[in-house]
Design a binder for this molecule. Sequence first.
Ligand SMILES: C[S@@+](CC[C@H](N)C(=O)[O-])C[C@H]1O[C@@H](n2cnc3c(N)ncnc32)[C@H](O)[C@@H]1O
Length: 224
Amino acid sequence: MDDRLSILDTSDGSNSISSEKYKATYHSIHGAIEESMHVFISAGLYYKFLHAHTSVKIFEMGFGTGLNAYLTSICSQKIGLEVEYHSLELHPIPAEIYQQLNFHSQIPDTNQLDFLKLHESRWEVLNEINPTFKLKKIKANLEEIDLEGGYDLIFYDAFAPSSQESLWEEPIHKKLYDALSQNGALVTYCAQGKFKRTLKKLGYKLDKLPGPGRKHEMTRAIKD
Ligand SMILES: C[S@@+](CC[C@H](N)C(=O)[O-])C[C@H]1O[C@@H](n2cnc3c(N)ncnc32)[C@H](O)[C@@H]1O
């Protein structure tokens, strides 16, 4: 399989990456930052903050460009929410790609060093990125890994079911459900009917939320 990655511009001016191997882009082409802010920060991080959390342990499926981690590190600092962020990635992107990404120039009050710090932090250990944000990157396959557990929030950012169907099926989502704490939430951009039925079968309560940009819907699943 071809593993070539190329950088593209999305409609809000922020970059994303296109993967030939998975025949997919890492974010919506209608706006990478817009999608990430809407699905993971507003419906995930801020939702937990509003429910009186002072600290949150997050598991992210797919570190990718590091955009979700970057926005979480910035936003957690702004609102004073302590975050321990574990992010899984099977194919870390090479430095010649992440060094060219333009996210820092699209977000106020940040700079490229803050972004590169995430990519250059060590794998498999907890790194203090800023006073509120700690990051552990884990290089492993979601289909094989045993998850640590005790997560308050899951950022489920796998490629779409049309690219990686098994990552949206019951065996993986049973493992994720078991890794969430009570009242924990899983957020994702995907609102496919089959996937939502799987989540309900596992015992989640689903919040139907509008999706980012032109997207009709996204999913927030609560372990009730
Ligand atoms: C949609 S992208 C993630 C986008 C990322 N959250 C971001 O902000 O850029 C999906 C990611 O999952 C990774 N991936 C694909 N299959 C995987 C697997 N089985 N286990 C772990 N990571 C996987 C891909 O390499 C890719 O980086």
